[in-house]
Ligand binder design. Structure first.
Ligand code: CA
Length: 365
């Protein structure tokens, strides 16, 4: 047989086989061929957790809706597909394409990740967004996460948090000595330096740990989230504000290879949906926090206090050294710290003439 006859016969054979298969089994078209992708989003939160969990679900739904189902996101709560603290590795290795989390959970990968979330004595939510979007922060984040095959976008914020719940009165920095307090990450290092005993306990175990006296104090988020977990029922005092997080950014991390393979319009949809969630979640937190605060203060008659001035000073002063020490971890960590710290100093300089000055005068009105 001549070459073209062989080719023709081979074509006919495969065409007949394909036709027979299609007629017999009616194979569905692979999702990718129909232009549809089904992705998994894992997260560190439980799905029902107000704000963090519900916000991540809203983000997934928006990506699905905006893409008209071309990028369909199925959400798995913490522990459903991978352990809550396994999100980073799962997305890095491609077990899931996306993960919703807080970058400061990944200090074991690089302590530099903390800056893309929030560090003790660091930036507020508004400042954090300024640094990330327009101050060079996002470029450094991209550079750090690329080492792990990841790209991430700001995708939520709790706003300034509360200091925490206490069963011991804090009248001076001496009262921090021996204090067993749930306080993770760099803030935990600050507490340790001040003589406290920093504990790392997952949120679902905090109520029992406080009730049974395993810990003397805990920090979680703020009025809305804290009230939903019932901490006011097992604590005597609620102190604020947090020194540990002035407005932590949450992240949507994505496996970079998978993100790069997306058509440009789907990449844009992911980015815009993240920016929207970054904004909406913070508004949702503020609106619910102010309502929950009223409820805690007047309905539940919680003893809400400001930390004494010397305690706040000790927290903020000690935080400076702990945060600066991250710069010793490596070249990229040094550049991240220097960029962040420069932005923080600029903002501190302006603050009395901006929100800080405004709110100080507004307090009695
Ligand atoms: Ca917290």
């Amino acid at each position: 047989m001549k070459n073209n006859q062989i080719k023709r016969r081979a074509f006919l054979t495969s065409a007949v086989a394909a036709g027979a298969a299609a007629a017999t089994f009616n194979f569905p078209m692979p999702a990718i061929a129909s232009g549809k992708r089904q992705w998994k989003m894992v997260m560190t939160w439980q799905k029902v957790l107000p704000g963090l969990g519900t916000g991540a679900i809203r983000l997934a739904k928006r990506i699905t809706d905006l893409s008209d189902g071309k990028l369909e996101i199925k959400v798995y709560g913490g522990g459903e597909l991978v352990p809550a603290m396994g999100v980073f590795d799962a997305v890095s290795q491609g077990t899931a394409q996306m993960g919703h989390a807080a970058p400061y959970y990944w200090l074991g990968k690089s302590r530099g990740a903390a800056f893309f979330c929030g560090v003790p004595g660091g930036l507020t939510a508004q400042e954090q967004n300024g640094w990330l979007y327009f101050g060079g922060g996002k470029r450094l984040w991209d550079e750090l996460y690329a080492q792990f095959g990841l790209i991430a976008f700001p995708a939520g914020n709790t706003g300034c948090q509360m200091g925490g719940w206490f069963n011991k009165e804090i009248n001076s920095k001496n009262d921090l000595k021996g204090l067993k307090m749930r306080m993770p990450g760099l803030a935990g290092e600050v507490l340790t330096k001040l003589g406290g005993s920093a504990q790392v306990i997952p949120p679902q175990e905090l109520f029992t740990a406080m009730q049974s006296g395993v810990i003397d104090a805990l920090e979680w988020v703020g009025a809305w989230n804290d009230m939903s977990l019932g901490f006011h029922r097992v604590s005597k005092y609620y102190y604020g504000p947090a020194f540990q997080e002035g407005g932590p950014t949450l992240e949507l991390m994505i496996n970079k290879k998978e993100f790069d393979k997306l058509p440009k319009n789907l990449q844009k949809i992911v980015k815009v949906a993240c920016a929207a969630e970054n904004d909406v979640m913070m508004a949702e937190y503020h609106a619910n926090n102010v309502r929950a605060f009223q409820s805690l203060k007047y309905k539940h008659k919680v003893d809400i206090r400001q930390y004494p001035a010397d305690v706040l000073k000790a927290f903020f002063d000690t935080a400076k050294g702990v945060v600066a020490d991250v710069a010793n971890d490596g070249a990229i960590e040094k550049r991240i710290y220097e960029s962040y710290e420069k932005y923080r100093k600029y903002s501190v300089d302006m603050a009395p003439y901006a929100e800080l000055g405004f709110m100080k005068e507004r307090k009695n009105g």
